[in-house]
Design a protein around this ligand. Structure first.
Ligand SMILES: C[S@@+](CC[C@H](N)C(=O)[O-])C[C@H]1O[C@@H](n2cnc3c(N)ncnc32)[C@H](O)[C@@H]1O
Length: 263
């Protein structure tokens, strides 16, 4: 099979590696809370919907889990442990099929993710065989019907690219160098929304092929209740503050990496 055609050019932005005070590992309590808040739901999802009687549940008794956009831990380890605990519970309570599978866990993130830090930090008490899978989750990363459970937490809000229109000065969707659509005009929001639709579609169609029939997927995605504006949310306010700091840094010439036009 020609896998190349599924590989999208991925951006190289990734979380800060290592274990120092500025690393993602030391600064991801917010994301951890989201993993924790999904624990119970995932347990119930597996208990109710995982059909381990299906032939796709490996005759060799291997259960494969993929965590997409895993970063460097530790949150991915909590999520995986919870999935395994829930699957184990499901197998143990199955009178027809009480055996416990072996687990193969695939940790996916961008190629520039600090996979060494990830592997260093995997708990020694783990009950699974770990593997790293580098590459963009907007394309195919696994052969057909490989995974029994797909997990992705606080990663799907990352777009594969900045919509071109928001960076073009002559476009009606020009976002004046800002990093986000909080409080922006309709055209800017539409440009982001169109990009998001494309990205989520490619994520879902890739996973649809990679999941075994009867496999399950849990996606933890940031969202807002209907009627709440991003500009009223803590995230929206946070992005505005962050964006304004970045704009100041560009003006002060602190970074040559920023290519946005600032007016
Ligand atoms: C906020 S972190 C969340 C990490 C982890 N899931 C957690 O809950 O702590 C988002 C992660 O998604 C990864 N990511 C973003 N876009 C990606 C893509 N297209 N393919 C793979 N990983 C991606 C980033 O590199 C980053 O590590």
């Amino acid at each position: 099979m020609d896998v190349e055609k599924f590989i999208e050019p991925s951006s190289t932005y990734h979380m800060l590696g290592g274990d120092d005070p500025y690393s993602y590992a030391q600064n991801s309590e917010y994301q951890k809370q989201l993993v924790v808040s999904a624990e119970e739901l995932i347990y119930k999802l597996i208990d109710k919907h995982l059909d381990i009687e299906k032939p796709s549940f490996d005759p060799n008794n291997i259960f494969r889990i993929g965590d997409f956009g895993c970063s460097i831990g530790p949150n991915t380890f909590f999520a995986v442990e919870n999935i395994i605990k829930s699957v184990e519970n499901k197998y143990k309570s199955n009178i027809k099929n009480p055996r416990i599978p072996e687990y193969h866990v695939f940790f996916n993130d961008h190629v520039d993710n600090d996979f060494n830090a990830l592997f260093r930090n995997i708990p020694i008490t783990r009950k699974y065989f770990p593997a790293g899978v580098p590459g963009s989750f907007h394309g195919r990363l696994f052969p057909n019907a490989t995974l029994h459970f797909v997990h992705c937490s606080t990663a799907l809000h990352w777009l594969s690219r900045i919509p071109k229109e928001v960076t073009e000065t002559n476009s009606t969707a020009f976002n004046k160098g800002r990093i986000h659509y909080t409080g922006a005009k309709k055209e800017v929001k539409e440009a982001y929304s169109t990009q998001y639709r494309k990205d989520i579609k490619s994520f879902l169609s890739a996973r649809a092929q990679e999941l075994v029939p009867g496999g399950l997927m849990a996606l933890v995605i940031l969202g807002f209740p209907v009627g709440v504006l991003t500009s009223e949310s803590s995230i929206g306010i946070g992005f505005n503050i962050l964006g304004s700091c970045l704009e100041d840094m560009v003006r002060m010439n602190f970074s040559e990496q920023f290519t946005y036009v600032i007016d």
